[in-house]
Design a protein around this ligand. Sequence first.
Ligand code: NAD
Ligand code: MG
Length: 359
Amino acid sequence: MQTLHVELGDRSYPIHIGADLLQNTKLLTAHIKSRQVCIVTNDTVAPLYLPAIQSALTEYDVSVVILPDGEAHKHWQTLNRIFDQLLADRHNRNTTLVALGGGVVGDMTGFAAASYQRSVNFIQIPTTLLSQVDSSVGGKTGINHPLGKNMIGAFHQPKAVLIDTLMLTSLPAREVSAGLAEVIKYGLLGDAEFLTWLTDHMDRLMALEHSDLAYAIARSCETKARIVAADEREGGMRALLNLGHTFGHAIETQMGYGTWLHGEAVGAGMAIAAELSQAMGWLSSRDVTQVRDILQRAALPVDAPDTMTVDQFIGHMQVDKKVLTGRMRFVLLRALGQAVITEDVPDAMLREVLANSIA
Ligand code: NAD
Ligand code: MG
């Protein structure tokens, strides 16, 4: 087992990573402060992993909330079911919520913990690769509103994150690839050595080799934790984590949420960001080939959907919440492993790169 620490002063917390972690029930119980625990999960994950968590908590008064699976349920009505259960079972301020599931369950449980009785403790047990390397680290929690994704939420850090690589065995292959997109992102944005390691080990990651997964997850969490520690509330550096995301969100919106998985859209978005970085004179064509190659080996798309137009792309990018003050800001690559934020992309250059990606 490996343990990382997210350094945020009195809100610091450990991330434990390994295979079959919950054999050691202390990893979980060490962060529970009273007898009361509420496990929140969904109807896909519950049959797979809920019994193991429950048997680690036989000494506690455990409530369970099983939510319907899916992003479509990440709204206040579903969130309210968590509050209903907590109040019905008379959970007090010393209760601990446990999020057992992917990013949807993690974001909703975290937000419930942030707001129940003005904030209680919570522990993350992320079960998708994406949630293990991304959403469980950093303290962003929340739900969707009909007018915007993740528009209602709070910053609330967990007391601990338990990442069990064995839980990835049951994950659908497309979800594994989607998680790998975020893993590749960390290499591209700030860790050239890791990018080389990923190039050498992608096939083993795709085959879910546990020691390789644990290494890739640890390195990813380290990068995210470092960026979050430097910029907890997204004033500056945290924006680098949006590499590939402005283009990706345009694809997700255009195709209709759920048609392309988020990670798939980010994969194509990172390929576009690499091509735009080449047009800016920062990456070589060899660099771009390396980026496309690693994405393809993770079974991710590297081109925009051919049904999309350049104007649709730019239209979506202009309303993206990450675009400030009229000028479009991009996260691009100065070099592989070195992301930068720039507003200096000429419109004609952007249009040409997008047109090439669509073709
Ligand atoms: P998800 O939670 O919807 O999980 C994907 C699918 O996999 C679901 O059907 C889920 O039930 C299933 N699943 C989960 N674990 C499984 C397992 N071990 N075996 C089999 N099936 C399993 O999606 P996700 O990709 O984990 O997370 C996406 C969500 O995370 C979005 O709502 C996004 O907004 C949020 N997010 C938040 C942050 C953050 O910083 N808070 C960062 C990135 C993404
Ligand atoms: Mg993302």
